[in-house]
Design a protein around this ligand. Structure first.
Ligand code: ZN
Length: 308
């Protein structure tokens, strides 16, 4: 018997981190764990489950270590954590995180607002994290999600050369994957195709995920453009939960349900069971009563005869 072919794209679910971080309410830990159980049951293979930041800054993430340990029970799921600095990386690796992601902003103004450091200082922080990883957890990939790669609400346009220069610098210091984030929802498909094409030319297989926001309704169009440029990892959040608290007006990660629908309908396999994915909205809603969830596919339902 042969095993089924590997899915063609990786959907990295960021709701439990990116999503929860930007809503005011704190989801009780038990509800978070139930939600993660449902996401794993739907077939997600990578979940960003927590952010290792001081609890006084983000009470929503005070249970980060516990959430990581819980998620580790699923062998098919790579448990990812966001870490803003070396201190967070240490805590995340001690908890058992299987992949780290660091935010590095292409826009200096956003970088100062988000982590109170310049992009150059963040590259040094990333290097410190890579040294720590090599010492205590070799083999754990370190990713950088480059924020504001397509524009910044504070700075305005972000020159593409700045994005590429920073990406090359990060790849040179040993970052395993450099993804591009449309933190503020300013990107358009032509820009996304151009920038990811250049990213592949500059750093090859270290080119990472597309993290698109639906702020202006272009989330899926931008994902499609990234797919056509060769991107095979996409960040999205169930129910479109999340945005960025330091990018005013930037709300709405791409909705995982709609992204999976688009790709599967195109014949691109994700490994995700869409009906089970939509069922994972229930524990999310129960943990965050009153919080709006988005998504066209959940509203419309699956088309007749859907058999992906
Ligand atoms: Zn996001």
């Amino acid at each position: 018997m042969t095993s089924p072919p590997l899915p063609q794209v990786l959907i990295s679910e960021v709701g439990p981190r990116d999503g929860l971080q930007s809503v005011k309410a704190t989801m009780p830990t038990a509800d978070k764990l139930r939600w993660i159980d449902a996401l794993a049951a739907a077939g997600l293979r990578e979940i960003e489950v927590a952010s290792f930041v001081p609890a006084k800054l983000l009470p929503q993430m005070a249970d980060a270590a516990q959430v990581v340990r819980h998620a580790l029970q699923y062998p098919g799921v790579r448990v990812m954590a966001l870490v803003p600095n070396l201190h967070g990386a240490q805590a995340a690796l001690e908890a058992g995180a299987q992949k780290l992601t660091l935010p590095v902003s292409a826009s200096p103004a956003h970088s100062m607002a988000n982590v109170r450091k310049t992009p150059e200082a963040m590259v040094e922080e990333v290097q410190a994290v890579l040294r720590l990883r090599d010492q205590i957890a070799p083999g754990v990939p370190v990713e950088v999600g480059m924020s504001t790669a397509f524009g910044c609400t504070l700075q305005g346009a972000v020159p593409e050369d700045d994005v590429l220069r920073l990406a090359v610098q990060l790849a040179q210091v040993g970052v395993d994957e450099v993804g591009l984030s449309d933190t503020t929802g300013m990107g358009n498909p032509a820009q996304v195709r151009r920038l990811f094409t250049r990213l592949f030319q500059e750093i090859g297989s270290r080119a990472g995920s597309a993290h698109m926001h639906n702020t202006r309704g272009l989330g899926l169009a931008n994902c499609l453009a990234a797919y056509e440029a060769g991107v095979r990892t996409f960040d999205s959040s169930l129910g479109g939960l999340g945005g960025c608290p330091y990018a005013p007006g930037a709300s709405g990660n791409v909705v995982t349900e709609d992204l999976v629908f688009m790709l599967e309908a195109m014949g691109v396999s994700t490994g995700i069971d869409l009906a089970k994915l939509m069922a994972a909205r229930l524990p999310l809603q129960m943990g965050l009563p009153g919080e709006p969830l988005y998504g066209m596919t959940p509203e419309a339902g699956l088309p007749k005869g859907w058999n992906h």
